[in-house]
Design a protein around this ligand. Structure first.
Ligand code: IMP
Ligand code: MG
Length: 211
């Protein structure tokens, strides 16, 4: 395994035992381990907010949240930017908009992608995870039509896929192994969004919620 960034989680990282934390009882038996505990996600997001603030300068921003999987990350990121902005001399005005994308079926990325909603144009997009990068490229092609002054992409996770053309966002929280993960708004067929930690689902969980 080659680690390409300091926030990379290595392929042989065993994760944390589920017994160390609390998580919803309805998911007992469905998970393998905790890849990233909720507290670390929040702490890392705070730092991303600081980096973004530094780069954005005095520009006003439109945050485009990519639903549904990006809602937790986007909300936490916006909250941190607001706090940093309130406690500094710089006042960044922020608008928030939402688009909904859908492409996954079970744990497989689907060919056709639907984009729904979004009336404002983005300078910053808040996303859950970049897997193959296909979803992000389709979205960016759509946004670029409107010629925004600046577009920056923030994604909590980037997967280390074998694809060399993998998309790299401007900001990301963690680079993770090529695993299917759930929690912190990331779903498996709409389940597990109500799990705080980012976890790896086990075979039992996959079978239980397969459609
Ligand atoms: P991509 O097109 O393969 O980059 O996939 C992007 C989208 O697929 C993300 O925005 C997620 O909604 C979903 N996705 C990709 N990998 C995972 C995963 O491991 N768990 C849950 N959803 C995922
Ligand atoms: Mg999904």
């Amino acid at each position: 395994h080659n680690l390409s960034s300091p926030c990379a989680i290595s392929d042989n990282w065993p994760g944390y035992s589920l017994d160390l934390f609390t998580y919803p009882q309805h998911y007992y038996g469905d998970l393998e381990y905790v890849l990233i505990p909720h507290g670390i996600i929040v702490d890392r997001t705070e730092r991303l907010a600081k980096d973004i603030m530094q780069d954005i300068g005095d520009n006003d921003i439109v945050v485009l949240c990519v639903l549904k999987g990006g809602y937790k990350f986007c909300a936490d990121l916006v909250e941190h930017i607001k706090n940093l902005s309130r406690n500094s001399e710089r006042f960044i005005s922020m608008k928030v908009d939402f688009v909904r994308l859908k492409s996954y079926h079970n744990d497989q990325s689907m060919q056709d992608m639907q984009i729904m909603g979004g009336d404002d144009l983005s300078k910053l997009t808040g996303k859950d995870i970049v897997g193959t990068g296909r979803t992000m490229k389709v979205l960016l092609n759509n946004i670029e039509k409107y010629k925004p002054k600046m577009i920056k992409v923030a994604s909590l996770l980037v997967k280390r896929t074998s694809r060399p053309d993998g998309y790299r966002p401007d900001y990301y929280g963690f680079e993770i192994p090529d695993l299917f993960v759930v929690g912190y708004a990331l779903d498996y067929n709409e389940h597990f969004r109500d799990l705080n930690h980012i976890c790896v689902i086990n075979d039992h969980g996959k079978a239980k919620y397969r459609v």
